[in-house]
Design a protein around this ligand. Sequence first.
Ligand SMILES: [Zn+2]
Length: 480
Amino acid sequence: MSNYSAVIGLEIHAQLLTDTKIFCGCSTRFGAPPNTNVCPVCLGMPGALPVLNRRAVEFAIRAAHALNCEVQALSIFARKNYFYPDLPKGYQISQYERPIALRGAVEYESGGVTRRVGITRAHLEEDAGKSLHEGFPDSDRRTYLDFNRSGVPLLEIVTEPDLRSAADAGEFFSRLRAILVAVGVNDGNMEEGSLRCDANVSVRPAGSAAFGTKAEVKNLNSFRHVQKALEYEIERQTAILEEGGRVVQETRLWDASAGRTVSMRSKEEAHDYRYFPEPDLPPLEVGAELVDAIRATLPELPDARRRRFVAQYAIPDYDAAILTQSRPLGDYFETAAAAAGNAKAASNWIMGELTRKMNELDVGVESVAIRPEALAGLIRLVDSGTITGPIAKDVFEKMYASGRSAETIVAEEGLAAMNDDAALETAVREALAAHETAVAQYRAGKQQTFGFLVGQVMKATRGKANPATVNALLKKILDS
Ligand SMILES: [Zn+2]
């Protein structure tokens, strides 16, 4: 056990789901050809003036509510001055002393314990362009710039240093993502960079109240990276302290392929940015009416929903965690569970076959071909004994391919289970007669042939026999 403990705070950049950028009318669509979603404003041309996107403000307020923050009646945009090739204006419009949201907290249950992570603030800002260091024949000599991302609205969420381990940080980040996705302000897509995380991490002797010197780790674009980078960084800082050295305050970059953090630059201080109020934008005033109206439209948040699923549907917490990862998935489950009258079966089908199908075809649950009512129809056929489990999977595939209901497929293709005992016994006796060698082997003590014989009966009945009944019947006949 280490004599040092870690203190971690996160800064999360969440792209707000507006159609257009924060200060101009350019599209925010990801994946457009480079430098096609641009105009004089987001390219930082002299004289171009920003106009605030109202939708971005509404989304920020929505997120602020979900994070239990106090929405500020008045906030101020500020220029954060720094040079970077993908920042043609030479400054980024952000919020500094007066952000739109302050003093929130996220509470959630984890392993039976209620966790609370404070939110210091959340502020609106514009994203910078993107430097492309890879993917071109001359990438070893040149960096290319794409300004499509320049001016995309971001909400930067800063937590209190309330996290104590890499695993804590990873879990919190995933909870936060679920919240932002649930309230519809962010798409949660970390691969496309619409949710990014930086971490401030320090270590201190166990039991010490004072914080150690922190390093900022950038570029943590997946839960796995958050966890791996923090594990590495905590170990690195602990090793320095154990050898009597001092941790340097700096910004470090997570190199995922090398599995380590590397020094990027000495840590800048806020005053290095020469913040000053943005002269081209008036102070942002938000009326109480708008704040209340937005609060009234908030959906049930993921943690509350997860707990309700466990209580109401008696499904394991593991299932509930997966089913509440997105609102449409949770809605799908609730509809299917209610219509089927069997929540656990609905959960199993959704987490199993349906998810497999969605991954295979790369479709979301909103556009999946089998609607929840139709899935419920299939579940009812299994529960009533009309079809067997193996046949159900087959019917599922057919439903997906044809859009027909389970009932129709079973009726039209004669897939109903064999409930006729006499017919089943005939099938079993025929299978035994056709495989005399296997029967002899079984009787001579070769147990494995039993499974083979069950398989033969299932095949002969095209999966329509109940496997348990076949087992029992075979045993009875063979052992007699
Ligand atoms: Zn623009």
